[in-house]
Design a protein around this ligand. Structure first.
Ligand code: FNR
Length: 365
């Protein structure tokens, strides 16, 4: 389908399902086991209703916010996703260039299909990026990555992924057997079929260290000057741990339903943290991802207290259309966000962070 026919984020995923390679689609669209968490992420956003205000002069509005010290056009970041070249030949370069053109941040993955410096070169030298870290079983490899990042001032935060101690069971991905080796990794072995099948995620994720634990924050801290953000927080107790360990942020995430199936929808985890550990929202930056598909979801997240929101699969699928696709996806979110703000009576996104008066959460209580 031509890019001009795409008018919302779901269209990108559908276009990719039609036009992308079958194996790539199984990898990108897939999730764990019965896809329960994948589907819950999205449906729970839809159960949050607005409490709109009217007659407020919404002619001029602002979606600008600050995340990890970076000024952004809107509080949206492109989630770290492995091997973006499976989606289009430009891969992460399209994500980096598209993010920069749209004034948002791309969080690059440890499992990217190209090196950090090549991804950075897709954007102007002043444009910020985040880096997502999977800690390697061979810790010296992670130390080398951190040393490299310390020299690159475009990288503004380190997102340590905590919700994938082992790679989960992704059945759509396992079922399609292919010998294809999709990329060269910095620290991983090449993808190959093993006796459990041909899942790209599993066969490339074996380097992730299942021994990772809270004591390791001190070790990471010794090797980086970057703000540390723990990605994959799913309970108030762990949000509190991240705060007590001196982390600078958390991402409430279940890996887009790709880690533990039956993990709660991220909105439910956020509400638990608001209830049982509200101080996290003042002491740390709180981000959320999973199933965000509408600009209005960004407004909901900010009213719930989020500093930023990650969007994954639609951006990965937009790489099918290179940088223009990524820019289009961002422009759609920006436009939907502005429309939702105006219709809700919100003029400045920054000022409504944590303001629940615009939300009706009764369906979630
Ligand atoms: C991911 N995700 C992910 N997370 C991470 O920390 N490191 C990674 O390398 C990857 N790789 C990856 C690949 C693909 C194809 C997908 C779809 C996802 C998880 C990702 O960062 C994010 O948490 C979810 O994708 C958010 O959910 P939505 O927006 O895709 O529903």
């Amino acid at each position: 389908p031509p890019l001009s026919s795409i008018i919302n984020l779901d269209d990108f995923e559908q276009a990719f399902a039609k036009a992308g390679a079958q194996k790539a689609n199984a990898y990108i669209s897939g999730a764990s086991n019965d896809l329960l968490t994948l589907n819950a992420n999205k449906t729970f956003w839809q159960k949050l209703w607005f409490r709109p205000r009217v007659m407020r002069n919404v002619d001029v509005i602002s979606t600008k916010m600050k995340m990890m010290g970076c000024e952004v056009a809107m509080p949206v970041w492109i989630c770290p996703m492995g091997i973006a070249k499976t989606a289009g030949p430009e891969g992460e370069r399209a994500l980096g260039a598209g993010a920069a053109a749209s004034g948002i941040v791309h969080c690059m993955s440890t499992a990217a299909s190209m090196g950090v410096e090549e991804i950075l070169s897709s954007a102007p030298k002043t444009h910020p990026f985040f880096f997502q870290l999977y800690v390697d079983r061979q810790r010296h490899k992670t130390e080398a990555v951190l040393a490299q990042l310390n020299k690159l001032d475009q990288i503004k935060a380190l997102f340590i992924t905590a919700d994938l101690a082992v790679v989960s069971k992704r059945e759509a991905d396992e079922r399609i057997r292919t010998q294809e080796i999709t990329s060269v990794y910095s620290s991983q072995e090449k993808s190959r079929i093993d006796k459990k099948g041909a899942g790209l995620a599993r066969t490339t994720g074996g380097f992730i260290d299942p021994a990772l634990n809270w004591d390791d924050i001190a070790w990471v801290r010794k090797h980086t000057n970057l703000p540390i953000v723990i990605k994959g927080i799913q309970s108030a107790a762990d949000a509190r741990m991240a705060m007590e360990m001196g982390c600078q942020g958390i991402v409430i995430s279940n890996h887009g339903g790709r880690a533990l199936d039956n993990a709660p929808a991220t909105i439910l985890a956020l509400l638990e943290i608001r209830r049982d550990c509200p101080e996290v929202f003042d002491k740390l930056e709180v981000h959320i991802d999973g199933g965000v598909r509408r600009g209005s979801d960004i407004l909901k997240a900010v009213c719930l207290g989020a500093h930023g929101v990650g969007v994954g699969r639609p951006f990965q699928c937009s790489v099918l259309y290179d940088t223009e696709g990524v820019e289009t996806a961002a422009a759609i979110i920006q436009d939907e966000l502005e429309t939702a703000m105006r219709l809700c009576g919100v003029t400045d996104l920054e000022k409504v962070r944590g303001d629940m008066s615009y939300l009706n959460t009764s369906e979630l209580e």
